[in-house]
Ligand binder design. Structure first.
Ligand SMILES: NC(=O)c1ccc[n+]([C@@H]2O[C@H](COP(=O)([O-])OP(=O)(O)OC[C@H]3O[C@@H](n4cnc5c(N)ncnc54)[C@H](OP(=O)(O)O)[C@@H]3O)[C@@H](O)[C@H]2O)c1
Length: 475
């Protein structure tokens, strides 16, 4: 048997350190040999939680099946890992100190298939690996990474356009993994509002943010989905203290009513995630007489965010607004007079792309306007993710690209990162894919003409005023 023992002290609370290590998915952020880790058990992290970890060993990779066999909150975790060639027992203890938390990490390796005879030769390498891993853990729990910049490779890919678009696939997500910085911040006590939380990316985001401790308000439109949503979050995280708000966000009357309720509750918002969306293949008007793509994808998040400004602005803690846009917007140029498509020339994908382009421009305008109100505003696009929305709106696209689509969790990863990572609070006015700022323009011809950007918010205000005068319900 080879036994390793390493000790570190980090300037973090014992609770944060314990949670970070107990959710063993974090291992890929601090152990250089761990390439992939998946939680394979249901339910919140605790006794019996199981993980599958792919570790690099020389030129090859082996899979270890870990299980938490002892779990004493804020004090001790024992993980037993079983692999083809060896088993390992990790015993990790946490002690509060004057300046943070002391973590003692012991790992006992038991070899099989005669490999125990090689222990003498293996030991020095194993010790070096253990020390490196604990240095990684110390860094993950101590340092705030710098805000990311676009990599040379992504810049080149965007310049050549087609490789840039290829990164929307799951390969793009996979490619970005080695560059990632650890995220060890928790959102306890932070109020996060997520729209469109009942399915796809919104659901994946909500589960991840519930795990991170956020105080969640989830906006959904269908009351019948409320119980299932709460059950899913509870099954994954053990939490049921979630506030659900009902609103059909394609209706401005509902946007106003939702805003009024949240304002009346008066709870400051730390993160607002404008995620609700749909691609409408057929032309349609809302009952307020607005073209539905324009209403849901643009006018609604624009008005909701402005309404909620008193809850977002001027906090002690910086507030984050995250707008979920789409890579589809790369095909379209902002032109205010083309944002509302007419029935005879309506194309769902174009209406969708134009609204998402405009929301990206709105993101930049707000970032500038609200910089001195302690609000950051960023847009992200998820790439191509296999969600119920894609399945129903783009069945042919989905059947062709199915093997390369991201999971909802992979699509939602950058939303969660923008909400949670310390360094994400330092950036504003950017468009993100895979935690990296990306150009909002892949094609020069899609840059807006002079005056369009400046006229956008006045155009939206005029459309809203028209809705208010034409809809008795909104009066
Ligand atoms: N998946 C992708 O590849 C992809 C790519 C680019 C951008 N996006 C964007 O990502 C966001 C999430 O999409 P998704 O793929 O996760 O789709 P999804 O699975 O259909 O989820 C969309 C969410 O928005 C909600 N929603 C739709 N219309 C609404 C309305 N009128 N009022 C309130 N909520 C409404 C849906 O509620 P119901 O459950 O009641 O329908 C659902 O919760 C959207 O903004 C989408 O444009 C997705």
């Amino acid at each position: 048997m080879i036994s390793l023992r390493e000790e570190i002290t980090v300037p973090r609370s014992v609770e944060d350190c314990f949670r970070y290590v107990a959710d063993f998915r974090s291992v890929t952020e601090w152990d250089a040999t761990a390439q992939r880790c998946q939680k394979v058990s249901q339910g919140p992290i605790g006794l019996g939680s199981a993980f599958e970890v792919d570790c690099r060993v020389g030129p090859t990779s082996i899979t270890l099946h870990y299980e938490i066999t002892e779990y004493e909150p804020w004090a001790t975790i024992v993980l037993v890992g079983k692999g083809r060639f060896f088993d390992v027992q990790d015993t990790i203890t946490f002690t509060e100190t004057d300046d943070g938390t002391r973590i003692v990490y012991c790992a006992d390796f038991t070899y099989r298939w005669g490999l125990e005879r090689l222990e003498g030769q293996l030991e020095a390498g194993m010790r070096a690996m253990g020390a490196e891993s604990l240095a990684g853990l110390k860094k993950a729990l101590s340092e705030k990474p710098a805000a990311p910049a676009i990599s040379a490779c992504s810049e080149r890919a965007d310049r050549w356009v087609v490789p840039g678009i290829a990164m929307f696939s799951r390969w793009g997500f996979k490619r970005s993994l080695p560059q990632r910085q650890p995220v060890s911040q928790y959102l306890d006590g932070q109020h996060v509002v997520v729209t469109g939380a009942s399915s796809g990316l919104g659901l994946a985001t909500s589960v991840a943010l519930a795990e991170a401790g956020a105080d969640l308000t989830l906006v959904i439109r269908d009351p019948k989905k409320s119980a299932a949503l709460l059950d899913t979050i509870e099954a994954e995280t053990g939490r049921r203290d979630i506030n659900i708000e009902l609103a059909d966000l394609s209706l401005m009357a509902h946007v106003e009513a939702l805003s009024a309720r949240l304002l009346a509750q008066g709870k400051p918002i730390d993160v607002l995630i404008n995620n609700a969306g749909a691609l409408f293949n057929e032309y349609g008007l809302t009952e307020e007489g607005l073209e539905q793509s324009f209403a849901l994808l643009l006018l609604s998040p624009w008005q909701l965010t402005r309404n909620l400004l008193p809850l977002l602005a001027d906090h002690e803690r910086k507030c984050r607004v995250i707008n979920v846009v789409s890579g589809g917007m790369y095909t379209e140029q902002l032109a205010c007079n083309r944002l509302i498509m007419e029935p005879d020339d309506y194309q769902g994908a174009r209406a969708y792309a134009r609204a998402k382009r405009a929301l990206t421009v709105v993101t930049e305008l707000w970032a500038e306007a609200w910089a001195d109100r302690n609000i950051t505003v960023n847009a992200m696009h998820p790439g191509w993710a296999d969600t119920p929305g894609v399945a129903s709106a783009l069945p042919t696209f989905r059947s062709i690209t199915r093997r390369i689509l991201r999971s909802p969790e992979e699509g939602a990863d950058t939303i969660v990162w923008l909400a949670r990572a310390a360094e994400a609070g330092d950036i504003t006015g950017q468009l993100y894919l895979d935690r990296e700022p990306r150009t909002p323009y892949l094609l020069e011809k899609t840059r807006e003409a002079p005056g369009e950007r400046e006229g956008l918010e006045a155009f939206l205000a005029a459309q809203l005023a028209l809705t208010e005068t034409e809809t008795p319900a909104a009066a």
